[in-house]
Write a protein that binds this ligand. Structure first.
Ligand code: MG
Length: 168
């Protein structure tokens, strides 16, 4: 069992990961509709990754003999002005996720739950990777600007992304 406040916070994080999944699914559908299939593919994989984050936390709560509580997932935006706007929104969102993972880590330390702290290590590392990847795409998009050839090439690159389950 876990300290109640840590259990509640982990359940809240599960909801946040599912919200992230829903957000990226929405982005994927938006860009597919816009004919940007590579970008749509990239966000669809992001959607799968977020589901894996949520499932890993559910497995962990179960392993600790806690109850997973599924709450409603809040509405997500449905359209973005440009790929750059969507990736900027993604980076801002991932920064808030990083902050909540850090807060969970601090809580695990505070209540001396070393197993939870260890579990969260992989999430801390995952967030560094998420932010770095998105920052690079923002840099690329900023450089490309309105250049059609550059945009097409980036779309193809993002279209080549293949889902590999995160090691959590
Ligand atoms: Mg996540």
């Amino acid at each position: 069992m876990l300290e109640k406040k840590l259990e509640d916070a982990l359940n809240a994080q599960i909801n946040a990961e599912l919200w992230s999944a829903y957000l990226y699914l929405s982005m994927s559908l938006h860009f597919e509709h816009e004919g940007r299939n590579g970008i749509a593919n990239w966000f669809k994989i992001q959607f799968q990754e977020e589901q894996a984050h949520a499932l890993a936390l559910m497995d962990y709560l179960n392993a600790r003999d806690c109850k997973v509580v599924l709450k409603p997932i809040a509405e997500v935006p449905g359209s973005w002005d440009s790929p750059l706007a969507a990736f900027k929104a993604t980076l801002e969102h991932e920064k808030t996720v990083t902050a909540s993972i850090n807060a969970l880590y601090a809580m695990a330390e505070e209540v001396k739950d070393f197993a939870t702290r260890q579990k969260l290590n992989t999430f801390v590392a995952e967030q560094v990777e998420e932010e770095e990847t998105v920052r690079q795409i923002i840099d690329d998009l900023s450089l490309i600007g309105d250049d059609g050839t550059g945009l097409l090439q980036l779309d193809r690159e993002l279209g080549a992304r293949i889902y590999t389950a995160p090691q959590l």
